[in-house]
Design a binder for this molecule. Structure first.
Ligand code: R5P
Length: 304
């Protein structure tokens, strides 16, 4: 096996290679003055099982194109099999038509990905349960960060006097799943409204009982407004301490500032996306998914 990394998250790629004790081959990526990229694999990979690691996080389009080029380069270099590890798949919140006339952008991305002739995709916590159906020719390993969160919650004994909270109705399934992993811990959910034009978030209805401590669980933190709004509502309802758990730290623009100033104690995310120094903040803690990916890569791919 060989691990090849794009430029989006080489630290994760090298962590996976270290765990698996396999060679790590950083790719040679040249950016031309007009912004185009030329991608080259600088290693002999004929007959190898090659794993390409590249989350398609912001800048989403640039990272998507780089991934497609890398997969093409690996294919042309004679790899025996190709697995794309895309821990965060960009465009996943555009998985269906919300307003008539729109493109289903995620479906386009998946079609291009599959056309690269890959055998397997490994990803984490997809936004909706319908997304796996969009993969038609590739074996999909859909992993979750919830077991990491469950372990942390158990270790800190945060199951007592606590409630799991989904910050929107779409996330209830996720919270129920975590509740089961924690011996049916109580959960609640918030009715969130987002203005599709401005992106403004509001929430004033909470379903379920609150407790002294609330653990907000979400898949993505992008602007941070969902977490900020949910935390404000929970405080209003009398919750004393709030902890946040989210798989994908998209962290666009001023998100670190929003989260650092939100009424929460800690924000736990995973490294499905690299969090550069300038986006780190005091309340942030990043958990590694590398061991989960390494374990998955040792298993045979399953057919969809
Ligand atoms: C929405 O359905 C997702 O599960 C997240 O709650 C949302 O993407 C978070 O976005 P933001 O941080 O911009 O509020």
């Amino acid at each position: 096996m060989r691990i090849v990394s794009g430029s989006a998250h080489s630290i994760l790629a090298s962590e996976i290679a270290t765990i698996l004790r396999v060679p790590f081959a950083p790719s040679d990526i040249h950016v031309f003055p007009d912004g185009e990229k030329r991608v080259r694999i600088d290693e002999k990979i004929v007959g190898e099982n090659v794993v390409v690691v590249q989350p398609t996080s912001p800048p989403v389009d640039a990272n998507c194109m780089e991934l497609f080029f890398l997969l093409d380069a690996v294919k042309r270099s004679g790899a025996a099999s190709i697995c794309a590890v895309v821990p965060y798949i960009g465009y996943q919140r555009q998985d269906h038509v919300f307003v008539s006339g729109e493109a289903v952008s995620l479906s386009v991305v998946i079609k291009i990905l599959e056309s690269a002739g890959i055998d397997r995709v490994v990803c984490f916590d997809l936004h909706s349960i319908k997304i796996p159906q969009l993969f038609t020719t590739t074996s999909l390993s859909h992993l979750s960060a919830l077991p990491l969160f469950a372990e942390l919650i158990k270790k800190n004994k945060w199951m007592e006097e606590s409630v799991l909270v989904s910050p929107d109705m779409g996330g209830i399934r996720r919270v129920k799943q975590l509740s089961r992993q924690l011996g049916n811990m109580p959960y609640a959910s918030i009715e969130k409204n987002r203005d599709l034009t401005t992106g403004a978030v509001s929430a004033d209805i909470l379903h379920g009982e609150v407790a002294k401590r609330a653990l907000i669980v979400d898949d993505i933190i992008s602007s941070g407004r969902t977490v900020e709004t949910a935390a404000a509502l929970l405080k209003e309802k009398g919750v004393e301490r709030i902890y946040v758990f989210a798989t994908h730290p998209v962290f666009s623009n001023e998100t670190p500032y929003v989260l650092q100033n939100a009424p929460v104690e800690k924000v736990f995310v995973t490294n499905t996306i690299a969090v550069p120094k300038e986006k780190q903040f005091g309340k942030l803690e990043v958990l590694s998914i590398a061991p989960l990916i390494a374990e998955e890569l040792l298993k045979p791919a399953t057919s969809n």
